[in-house]
Design a protein around this ligand. Structure first.
Ligand code: REY
Length: 419
């Protein structure tokens, strides 16, 4: 079943209406009106979201093994909701964009926001050693808070080993409660990937350290700080941090983990402590709340302009992706850059991104994981959401049939992704 677009059409005005005839327009830079050579960014000349293209991608994700897939776009007051398939295989209940789900590493953006607020309050300095706040925690005083937030610490990602075998790895931790120190210890048992600051290497360990910093500097667990600093001020009533609870409160999407063995039945992975992830990946939310969160972040509502500038100091990850501080930037085929994060927890692949001005946001979810094909399909939701209808027939074919070039999911360390 598929729900239609809700809302009153584009709110972007006459300029955009004329652009719709020529899809996939990017924001452009042009000379100032007085011909004085002043550079001005033209007002949001983004093409309208391509609902049909988005729907086709969600359908593809289903044919590739996701029981359900959904997307919500909040476009300057106009809401687009698209759903395909089921939230629950046992009952057959259709997935809904109002359903809650595990957001995985989108949690990292929340953790970074809390730490940058603490910088604003003068309680933390980005370029100070982590060990100056948590004495003796790390083996190298050269690892700074910034290195942790931009994945340049060199701290090994302990999840590589925990989930080397997908279902046994998951079953071994699904009811386990780890302390942050347990997780750091697992990481430090392995050689570091690089010297502090020398290279980008995505690692959950970094955001476990971020959680420890939050706890140390505030005297509270991360649940309290997320609630006080982000969930409550933005009225994110559908967003939760229940660790070490195992259930998703209220109406939610079930997660279905794909085993490594070809053809084996999906494993219902909805219930788990997510203790292996905590401040790196244990938040539960909805598309509405994630869109609201990212929009507020990019509009500068969650920290000072100075800290948002720090958050947007980019390290190039690959040709289309850069990483800031707990924030990812993707540049799309139409030239638009979008800001947000991706997330993977057992049974859930999620994408949440917004435009530079926070005016258009997308959250997309498929309720399976350990399925690289589905992951790459979901990656393609960004194009119809932010670039609009593809300009050529070849691009339309690519968007709907899965022949577009796929990239490795850069959030997961190399050993983890299996086809
Ligand atoms: C952990 C493994 C993924 C997931 C991870 N997630 O690090 C963080 C993120 C929080 O980036 C699991 N894969 C899967 C395997 C592969 O078990 N053997 O796909 O569900 O969101």
């Amino acid at each position: 079943m598929v729900s239609g677009t809700v809302g009153t059409g584009t709110a972007l005005g006459a300029v955009v209406v004329s652009l719709l005839a020529a899809p996939a327009q990017a924001a452009t830079t042009s000379a100032g009106p007085g011909g004085d050579g002043t550079e001005q960014v033209a007002t949001a000349a983004a093409a309208a979201p391509d609902d049909a293209g988005l729907r086709a991608i969600l359908r593809t994700a289903r044919t590739q093994g996701a029981p359900g897939a959904m997307a919500r776009i909040d476009d300057n007051g106009t809401v687009h909701r698209l759903v395909e398939g089921v939230a629950d295989r046992a009952t057959g209940r259709t997935i809904s964009t109002n359903d809650r789900f595990r957001v995985g590493s989108i949690t990292k953006t929340f953790s970074a926001v809390v730490l940058l607020q603490l910088v604003d309050e003068g309680k933390l300095k980005l370029d100070k050693s982590v060990n100056s706040y948590l004495p003796g925690l790390l083996p190298d005083n050269g690892i700074t808070v910034r290195h942790v937030l931009n994945h340049k610490s060199g701290l090994y990602d302990y999840t590589n080993d925990l989930f080397a075998r997908t279902v046994p790895g998951f079953e071994a931790v699904r009811n386990k409660v780890f302390s942050y120190r347990d997780l750091v210890k697992l990481s430090l048992a392995k050689p570091r990937t690089n010297a502090p600051g020398a290279a980008y290497s995505y690692s959950n360990t970094n955001f476990v350290v971020a959680g420890m910093l939050i706890e140390k500097l505030t005297g509270h667990g991360v649940a309290t700080e997320y609630q006080k600093r982000v969930f409550t001020p933005l009225n994110l009533t559908e967003t939760f941090y229940v660790h070490p609870g195992t259930s998703i409160p209220g109406r939610h999407v079930n997660g279905y983990l794909r085993p490594d063995a070809a053809g084996a039945a999906l494993v219902n992975s909805t219930k788990q402590t997510a203790s292996w992830a905590q401040s790196a990946g244990a938040i539960i939310s909805t598309p509405h709340d994630l869109d609201t969160f990212l929009s507020a972040l990019l509009r500068g509502k969650l920290m000072s302009a100075a800290q948002l500038t720090q958050m947007k100091k980019w390290t190039q990850v690959n040709s289309t992706t850069s990483y800031g501080l707990g924030l990812r930037r993707r540049t799309l085929s139409c030239g638009i850059s979008v800001y947000g994060h991706t997330g993977t927890v057992q049974g859930y692949y999620s994408y949440a991104f917004t435009t530079k001005d926070g005016k258009r946001s997308l959250t997309a979810l498929a309720n399976t994981s350990n399925n690289t094909t589905v992951l790459n399909t979901m990656y393609r939701t960004l194009e119809p959401a932010f670039c609009g209808r593809p300009a050529t027939k070849a691009a339309i074919r690519a968007a709907t049939t899965g022949v577009a070039p796929v990239e490795r999911h850069e959030d997961i360390a190399p050993g983890l992704v299996r086809d």
